[in-house]
Design a protein around this ligand. Structure first.
Ligand SMILES: Cc1cc2nc3c(=O)[nH]c(=O)nc-3n(C[C@H](O)[C@H](O)[C@H](O)COP(=O)(O)OP(=O)(O)OC[C@H]3O[C@@H](n4cnc5c(N)ncnc54)[C@H](O)[C@@H]3O)c2cc1C
Length: 389
């Protein structure tokens, strides 16, 4: 690896054992093997690194905060390219409501900076404290407010990407499909121009609890007719008890109006904090494996019923059909779930991506799509080798 170190400044490359161990997996817990970590400072650094990778045949794994849950940033004897040094924030264009940011900016940092301008990037995954703009683009992140604001593909006006030949592309909104949701397979995103939304002036929240699943699903149909609905989060009885709530089917409905029952900002923040604590609490309770199927409204009842009868804790963004059932390590019911979701016409990954974890479940259509993109942008298979192709 000496020749790699000679291409960069001291401190930009590490082969230390503790560093390699720390970067050998992401939040999926899938164990990989990291050869070296590189922290590029610029687009030129990334391009130089790609040319080195083409020459040596070693593959590169772009990494943001490593909060991904499907092994997308897990290396397989690869060089990990950490975006942590790519943290420049351009000025906000108030007129167009846009900002140019580097890929390594964590979402909360961006939104704290934007707060004084009354603007924010409204795609809010549960990992918002650390997830980076680059990782969110690569996974086409959705999240807590997807019912109102959609996902990242709606908010990327432009993306600057270094492809697998070391060429730099400035992709327009229409071309951003070559990187958004492509899980770092087509290149490394170094910068993006993002569209922004106005911070809502008026917010309120209602907590609804149901004994019967059917009653809740009927109620959802009417809740969704309210145009100010901005979040619709679900907890099944097994998940609700983990945060100390009654063992009921529970909904958190947020409105950008006064239509909710709770208007007090502190009370609302406490409820959201409780909901957001769920992931960590479920891990501590012995359910570390997070799935993310996306299921159409017509088939939600049978799958939710099966999960609840099985005693599997579930939460998620039910407003857009994305659920997070939580499992024990190596629980065979995960495969059962995938079959049920596919049979019901849903997707086994609604927002986390396929990564290493689900690559063998990719459809033929997705695989051939990726092969075509690889031929165009990454013919030497430099980026995320072994994932989806
Ligand atoms: C508690 C918790 C809650 C979560 N909630 C949500 C949620 O509500 N919605 C949701 O969508 N996801 C959620 N996630 C999953 C995860 O946080 C998102 O996928 C997030 O967008 C990943 O960002 P990251 O910076 O951590 O990326 P990483 O995990 O580092 O990488 C993810 C993928 O993107 C690629 N990548 C990273 N940076 C770049 C780059 N600069 N250029 C090209 N490719 C890159 C990687 O190679 C990898 O394939 C959650 C995860 C956790 C742990």
């Amino acid at each position: 690896m000496e020749d790699l170190e000679s291409l960069f400044q001291p401190g930009q490359v590490s082969t230390r054992e503790e560093t390699r161990i720390a970067y050998s997996r992401d939040a999926s817990r899938i164990q990989g093997e990291c050869q070296t970590v590189v922290w590029p400072d610029s687009t030129d650094d990334v391009a130089r690194l790609v040319r080195w990778a083409v020459e040596t045949g070693i593959d590169l794994v772009p990494r943001g905060a490593g909060t991904g849950l499907c092994g997308g940033a897990t290396p397989q004897n690869s060089v990990v390219v950490d975006s942590a040094h790519l943290r420049h924030l351009g000025p906000v264009d108030i007129q167009t409501k846009q900002i140019v940011v580097d890929a390594g900016i964590p979402l909360d940092h961006l939104n704290r900076t934007l707060h004084s301008e009354g603007l924010f990037l409204p795609v809010i995954p549960g990992s918002h404290r650390s997830a980076t703009v680059g990782g969110m683009i690569a996974t086409n992140a959705a999240g807590l407010h997807a019912i109102r604001y959609g996902r990242m593909n709606d908010w990327v006006e432009e993306a600057v990407v270094v492809d697998g030949k070391g060429d730099v592309h400035r992709l327009s909104f229409n071309e951003s499909k070559y990187v958004v949701g492509r899980e770092g397979l087509t290149g490394m995103i170094v910068q993006a121009k993002l569209r922004l939304a106005e911070i809502p002036r008026n917010r309120s929240l209602t907590l609804l609890r149901f004994e019967h699943l059917e009653d809740m699903l009927n109620q959802i149909r009417s809740l969704k007719t309210n145009p100010s609905l901005s979040a619709l989060e679900y907890l099944n009885p097994q998940a609700a008890v983990v945060v100390g709530w009654a063992a009921k089917h529970t909904l958190l409905a947020e409105y950008q109006s006064g239509d909710g029952e709770i208007m007090d900002l502190v009370e609302m923040a406490t409820l959201w904090k409780t909901r957001e604590s769920l992931s960590a609490r479920l891990t501590h309770a012995g359910f570390p494996i997070s799935e993310d199927p996306q299921i159409q409204p017509e088939t939600q009842e049978s799958i939710l019923d099966w999960l609840t009868v099985q005693g599997i804790p579930v939460f998620g963004h039910l407003g857009v059909g994305i659920l997070h059932p939580r499992f024990l390590l190596a629980d065979p019911r995960i495969i059962d779930l995938y079959h049920r979701v596919i049979t019901a016409g849903g997707q086994i990954s609604g927002e986390h991506g396929m990564g290493l974890k689900k690559r063998q479940w990719a459809s033929e259509a997705l695989k051939s799509d990726i092969v075509a993109l690889k031929t165009q942008f990454d013919p030497h298979r430099v980026f995320n080798r072994g994932k989806l192709c």
